[in-house]
Design a protein around this ligand. Structure first.
Ligand code: ADP
Ligand code: AMP
Length: 216
């Protein structure tokens, strides 16, 4: 299955993606995670994108498309994938269509995580993340076992991402509305959009998602 998870930052895409990808046996490809790995690895690409990411702006389309195309030709993505946080602009969506056309394949579903700004702000502001594996936690809704370190990466302290600080959260939502929200119509007109009520508890959203995708 070839899937896109679309929605504002903090909607819960990453939280749901791991399970879905595992159930479907496809790789979870999150462009934000890929760029963060470049930043923490201190690569040339990481140096180029760090300030952009910290400020909550978007990495330029050409750069994003280059990274995604290289990832989608890897063996494990040939039979399917779950894209999370990509595409985020009209040109990225068109670029993705071009990449898939070249491969002779197409998307099956674009799942739109539908929720209010208020819930998004609450989720983003309380998010804590593992700097090693990227696993998202929340100070209220998903607390790690000792409420300090990652449950998976023993001893690694959870951090607040630079772009989850209050001054950046608002601008990220603005960026989403100005540059990404238009993709809802784009995919609706292609008959690919599946709306998911995403403001419930993690298990409720998961149930809705599994039902929508026909996962047992
Ligand atoms: P995204 O990948 O869309 O940016 P995340 O999956 O990282 O969002 O979730 C953002 C924050 O909200 C995290 O702190 C996560 O633990 C929390 N969260 C995710 N889904 C829910 C939910 N259904 N209810 C409450 N909190 C949630
Ligand atoms: P995310 O983890 O999806 O919230 O992404 C974190 C940051 O990475 C974003 O605010 C952008 O700076 C950058 N980023 C991730 N994915 C994209 C994308 N598809 N297009 C542009 N920038 C992106």
């Amino acid at each position: 299955m070839r899937l896109v998870f679309l929605g504002p930052p903090g909607a819960g895409k990453g939280t749901q993606a791991k399970d879905v990808a595992q159930k479907l046996g496809v790789p979870h490809i999150a462009t934000g995670d890929m760029f963060r790995a470049q930043v923490s690895g201190g690569t040339e690409l990481g140096k180029r994108v760090k300030a952009i990411m910290d400020s909550g702006q978007l990495v330029p389309d050409e750069l994003v498309l280059e990274v995604v195309e290289a990832r989608l030709v890897e063996d494990d993505a040939r039979q399917g994938f779950l894209l999370d946080g990509f595409p985020r602009t009209g040109p990225q969506a068109e670029g993705l269509d071009g990449i898939l056309d070249k491969q002779g394949v197409s998307l099956d579903h674009v799942v739109y995580f539908d929720l209010t700004d208020e819930v998004v702000i609450n989720r983003l502001s309380g998010r804590r993340s593992c700097p090693e594996c990227g696993e998202p936690y929340h100070i209220e809704f998903k607390i790690s076992k000792d409420s300090k370190t990652c449950d998976r990466c023993k001893g690694v302290d959870l951090i607040q991402r630079e772009d989850d600080k209050p001054e950046t959260v608002k601008s990220r939502l603005d960026v989403y509305k100005k540059q990404t929200a238009e993709l809802i119509d784009y995919y609706e007109s292609k008959g690919l959009l599946r709306r998911l009520a995403a403001d419930g508890r993690v298990e409720e959203v998961r149930r809705g998602l599994f039902e929508l995708l026909g996962i047992k």
